[in-house]
Design a protein around this ligand. Structure first.
Ligand code: UDP
Length: 416
């Protein structure tokens, strides 16, 4: 697996480390348990990390250096993709390894993988996680450079298989990147169901020092414009008189980042500072307490590739109110485990939040039902679906093409 720009054991919730790192770590962990050997390559970024780390049974994380290792920004990798490929090739030769399949994550890793697929003559699967054209079409934040788009288009042509997390991503790949539907498989993301399990609400609040009486709305994610946290704060301001809520904000590097400063500034302008709690970056092992303490998780993103935090909240039995981004349409069963915002104005968002937050009397009985609604999304199921795609790429057989056309989301609902 290639995860060149973002380390799977990096600090989640900070700038470039989020859902993709969780995806790689969890998928590799379960593939390892299922008996596959996985090497994950990432760029060297922390002198305290050993070059080769054993992450789990059969799973190694290998830190590599190529080109300019001082600049840790994502795009600094771009001029060095071929050097990374050479370093990986040398490593593989020195270890006497020969890999069966390359699975790259994000376009930069895809470019490294493109060299290796040619040199090693093995299949190459890619998952983009986010797509540059979609980001640019939204026009929020810094535009993605044209060379990203060109390279994504080239990868769509050259990779043997593309994994899309949702049907919507598959459509975008076909419509915006001219991808052939035959190369794309839809496999959703998963959740660690042992970790993300319900904790009794009062106990969770006590642990976190949250009041047992307040309505608590939770936001979990990196602090960046595409996540729409400003819209949540505007909605909280609008609700202040009718339904006062505490908005707990989890994630973000530090208080002096530009994005965080903007959030704090907005809360001052709207006079809702007292309604906000900034918890900063929280370790995943602590997150179940946050999800369980909350009355609802809110996702107001303009774009998500999938939206792991929603899956994690649901797995903890907490309803989710979200814009219809990423996997939300498949995850959220309106009025059963949450609601989708029909419009993204503070007024419409406020109405949806009031509906969900006022149903707390059903929570005790609903917690288990909400958790059950995502029981098909175990990493075991996801890893099996991905492994069968590897198998097909390594040993294509007649008839496999037809069977692999069965959408994984359908198989999910039958619990595999
Ligand atoms: N996360 C975390 N601590 C934080 C904030 C986020 O562990 O303080 C994790 C969260 O549990 C989730 C991931 O970061 O697994 C975010 O993934 P998501 O798909 O929601 O968003 P992305 O980062 O991919 O945009």
């Amino acid at each position: 697996m290639l995860s060149i720009h973002s380390c799977p054991v990096g600090e989640l919730g900070t700038k470039d480390t989020g859902g993709m790192s969780v995806y790689i770590r969890e998928l590799a962990r379960v593939l390892g348990k299922q008996g596959h050997s996985v090497d994950i390559f990432t760029r060297h970024h922390d002198p305290d990390h050993a070059k080769i780390m054993l992450l789990d049974e059969n799973v190694r994380l290998i830190h590599v250096i190529a080109g300019d290792s001082e600049d840790l920004s994502k795009l600094s990798i771009y001029p060095h993709v071929q050097s990374y490929a050479r370093v990986l090739d040398d490593f593989s030769k020195s270890q006497g390894n020969s890999y069966d399949v390359i699975h790259s994550h994000y376009w930069l890793s895809g470019l490294v993988g493109k060299f290796l697929q040619n040199w090693w003559n093995i299949p190459h699967m890619i998952m983009f996680h986010t797509l540059g054209i979609i980001k640019n079409n939204l026009g929020v934040g810094k535009p993605e450079p044209e060379f990203r788009i060109c390279n994504e288009k080239a990868l769509v042509k050259h990779c043997h298989r593309i994994i899309a997390a949702t049907g919507k991503e598959k459509e975008a790949l076909m419509d915006l990147y001219n991808a052939s539907p035959d190369t794309i498989r839809v496999v959703p993301c998963g959740v660690n169901q042992d970790l993300f399990a319900p904790v009794e609400k009062r106990a969770a609040r006590q642990r976190l020092n949250f009041s047992p009486h307040e309505k608590i709305l939770l936001y979990v994610g990196r602090i960046e414009p595409l996540k729409g946290l400003d819209r949540v704060i505007q909605t909280v301001a609008q609700l202040k008189q009718t339904l006062p809520v505490k908005l707990v904000i989890v994630g973000g590097d530090h208080h002096d980042s530009e994005e965080m400063r903007e959030v704090i500034e907005l809360s001052k302008v709207l006079a809702v500072e007292d309604s906000l709690v900034f918890s900063g970056r929280v370790d995943q092992t602590e997150l179940p307490y946050y999800y369980s303490a909350a009355d609802a998780l809110v996702v107001a993103s303009l774009y998500e590739s999938f939206g792991l935090v929603a899956l994690e909240a649901l797995s903890c039995g907490t309803p989710v109110v979200s814009t219809p981004v990423g996997g939300m349409k498949s995850l959220i069963e309106p009025a059963k485990n949450g609601l989708l915002f029909v419009e993204d104005t503070p007024n419409a968002m406020g109405k949806a939040l009031v509906r969900v937050l006022n149903q707390t009397e059903f929570y005790e009985t609903r917690t288990e039902a909400i958790r059950r609604s995502v029981s098909g999304y175990s990493w075991r199921n996801i890893a099996s679906a991905i492994a069968s795609e590897y198998e097909f790429l390594i040993h294509p057989k007649d008839g496999d093409q037809a069977s692999s056309e069965v959408p994984v989301e359908k198989r999910m609902s039958c619990g595999f």
